[in-house]
Design a protein around this ligand. Structure first.
Ligand code: IVH
Length: 662
């Protein structure tokens, strides 16, 4: 009996391998089902026989309360990114600088989530997510449902391999179609679906999703006498793992660029999502020479494909009026899904921008998300024009108040200069309550607009008089006692904000959030600030003449002085209550740039602390940068820093210094 049982395990596991990993079925579906039935019968009659590598273990069914933690024996690192040919060449040059004549393995960068598989004596004993790279989650039950992950490998050895769990485009479509029918939320992309499936506590859900797994990394190649990464891939393939057939040994940068071009071409026709090409130094000794940073191997990098572009129709161009009166043309697009979200609008910035791009209303345009976030119109597709398109015409009058628009010499933007323009008032109010300004939750853009039109809030001070209208508000559709109370409370609460929030909220031209903070710290009270001269202001680091004049100009106006007095009388705080600057040597008078994701602190926290300790944070790397702080998945700023020889602090280093002063 036991012998037959073991034989069945072998037959079925082999059949799974041939079918799923090699895509080459060796037995019929009927035969397969009959073996499986026989195995289940034995297991039912003799539960004591059930083995961990039995195909029955793939069915799922175990429901966990939580995932256990697994500490990786070797940290699971991520990869640095490069975005263009120049950056690829830089990567290549850094390697050559070490006296290496590099040969690479180029691989498809599978868009899924990484996994570590542990085998003892040839049997799968555990599987873990990457987690924070040091500690991951135990997802063994879910991984066992993946037919291409062998439960037993061809050698009775201890081994760890790493790879990417993913889901095919076909399964993604099927699952979403099914969910749409059931009225469930849809998954945004293959990666989210794979990640959501692997984090199910009930492994039968993971099983139903039909995940898959490519193996691409052997953390301990020396243990098996392996000298190159390519050999490692071959070795893992021989053990029964699914290794991507597109992996290629490339002898030089030209072959590498060719591979990348090919990869980009076949991207859409592949049955799974890829988001780039991974480049790995082939020779393992050379990998050792290159070594690691705190987060990444220096011997590998990931080339990321440019953001995806899709085509849609430019239905219209409409104009909005900002709080400074600035007029912005906006593209109204036929709704279209780009990189996971539906795009309906995109800014077109100004008249020149529209003209440069030669956009006409009715054009078919390509859209992408710049930096994968902000929607952007890339270009019109000339061949798709049919003559029905209408020329873009810049407006001459404010779309809200009708007053004539003004364009100052040498500037690209038109302005509505009517101080009584409703649009300007509304935008000013929206800015005042914004999260970064007075942070009054419950007063969203729509509500401000409605309250403005209904006459409840016509000016900033009206916000603090809103309680007079409480009874009317409760009657409004969508409002009730509770939401009105919450709103009034949020308004009261905002009176306690520290001065920098109020300074920013006033919407003084040229005074952004950062400048507001500098000013509030420096002057501490509104009275000193509003009575300061242009000379005193320009003496402050980071405050130039344009900002200084704009501030002076603002407070020289009677209506603004009056506004401050009224706010004061209403109980709005007028002093700085935030943190004081305590200069620390590591930070004082230095300029920092942050790139990548940091682990212990958010980017905002790090920024705030650096500023509290007397440093500055800037967005771009230049010769003037003192230190670049490099977190997980840094951008090209990292390369630029290396190129310019700027001091680099990794995640651990910044944590260490910040922890010291916290
Ligand atoms: S190698 C030390 N190879 O991309 C080696 N990673 O952005 C680490 N990925 O964390 C990984 N395809 O999840 C490698 N062929 C491939 C890959 C790949 C996808 C993922 C992996 C990694 C991430 C980095």
């Amino acid at each position: 009996m036991e012998e037959r049982y073991l034989e069945l395990i072998k037959i079925i596991n082999e059949a799974d391998y041939n079918y799923h990993t090699l895509d080459n079925p060796t037995i019929t579906d009927q035969e397969y089902d009959s073996y499986l039935r026989e195995l289940y019968n034995i297991e039912e009659a003799h539960p004591e026989l059930v083995r961990s590598d039995s195909p029955s273990q793939r069915a799922g069914g175990k429901v966990l309360d939580e995932f256990k933690k697994i500490t990786h024996t070797i940290p699971m690192l991520s990869l640095s990114n490069v975005f263009n040919e120049e950056e690829i060449k830089l990567f290549d040059e850094r390697i050559k600088k070490e006296g290496i004549n590099p040969e690479y393995v180029a691989e498809l960068k599978i868009d899924g989530l990484s996994v570590s598989l542990n085998y003892k004596n040839g049997k799968l004993v555990s599987a873990a997510t990457r987690g924070d790279g040091v500690v991951g989650e135990d997802i063994t039950n879910n991984v066992k449902t993946i037919k291409t992950v062998p439960l037993t490998i061809n050698k009775q050895i201890d081994i760890e391999v790493r790879g990417e769990i993913y889901i095919s485009k076909k399964r993604f479509e099927e699952i979403n179609a099914d969910r749409a029918k059931k009225g469930l939320d849809l998954f945004q992309n293959c990666r989210n679906l794979a990640a959501g499936s692997i984090r199910q506590l009930d492994s039968s859900i993971a099983a139903s999703r039909k995940l898959d797994c490519w193996i691409y990394h052997l953390p301990n190649p020396e243990d098996y006498g392996i000298k190159t990464h390519y050999e490692a891939l071959e070795f893992m393939k021989s053990l029964g793992f699914k290794v991507n057939p597109n992996n290629k040994l490339v002898k030089n940068i030209d072959e590498l660029l060719e591979y990348i071009e090919d990869g980009a071409k076949k991207r859409d026709s592949l049955p799974y999502d890829i988001d780039g090409i991974v480049i790995k130094l082939n020779n393992l000794n050379e990998q050792k020479i290159m070594g690691f940073t705190a987060k990444y191997p220096r011997w590998a990098t990931a080339y990321k494909f440019p953001a995806k572009e899709v085509l849609t129709k430019l239905e219209d161009i409409i104009f909005t009026v900002g709080r400074t009166g600035q007029i912005t043309p906006n593209a109204v697009l036929s709704p279209v899904l780009v990189a996971g979200s539906t795009i309906r609008r995109a800014t077109l910035h100004n008249e020149d921008y529209v003209k440069e791009k030669d956009l006409k209303i009715g054009d078919i345009v390509s859209i992408r998300k710049a930096g994968d976030v902000i929607p952007e119109v890339v270009e019109r597709i000339l061949e798709r024009r049919d003559g029905s398109e209408k020329d873009f015409v810049m407006i001459k009058n404010c779309p809200i108040c009708g007053s004539e628009l003004i364009k100052k010499e040498g500037q690209v933007d038109y302005f509505c200069v009517n101080p009584e323009c409703d649009a300007r008032h509304i935008e000013g109010l929206i800015h005042f309550v914004d999260r970064h300004a007075m942070n009054i939750t419950g007063l969203g853009e729509r509500i401000i607009e409605d309250f403005y039109n209904m006459g409840f809030i016509r000016s900033i001070t009206d916000i603090y008089h809103l309680k007079k209208h409480a009874e009317d508000l409760i009657e409004l559709e969508g409002f009730g006692n509770k939401s009105v109370n919450n709103l009034l409370e949020a308004i009261e609460e905002s009176k306690n904000n520290s001065l920098e929030k109020l300074i920013f909220a006033l919407g003084i031209e040229q005074v952004g959030e950062k400048t507001a903070r500098v000013l509030a710290r420096k002057f501490e009270t509104m009275d000193t600030f509003m009575n300061t001269s242009v000379e005193v202001l320009t003496n402050i680091q980071d405050i130039g003449e344009i900002i200084a004049k704009s501030i002076r100009n603002y407070f020289d106006k009677e209506e603004n002085k009056k506004l401050i007095e009224e706010l004061k009388a209403l109980g709005v705080n007028m002093v700085y209550t935030g943190e004081r600057i305590e200069e620390k040597d590591e930070f004082a008078d230095k300029t920092f740039v942050i790139t990548g994701t940091l682990t212990n602190y958010t980017r905002d926290e790090v920024k705030r602390m650096i500023e509290n300790f007397g440093g500055k944070v800037s967005d771009s790397v230049s010769k003037k940068t003192s230190v670049v702080i490099v977190g997980d998945a840094p951008g090209s700023k990292y390369d630029k820093a290396l190129k310019l020889g700027i001091t680099i602090w990794n995640d651990e280093q910044i944590n260490e210094v910040l922890d010291k002063y916290k």
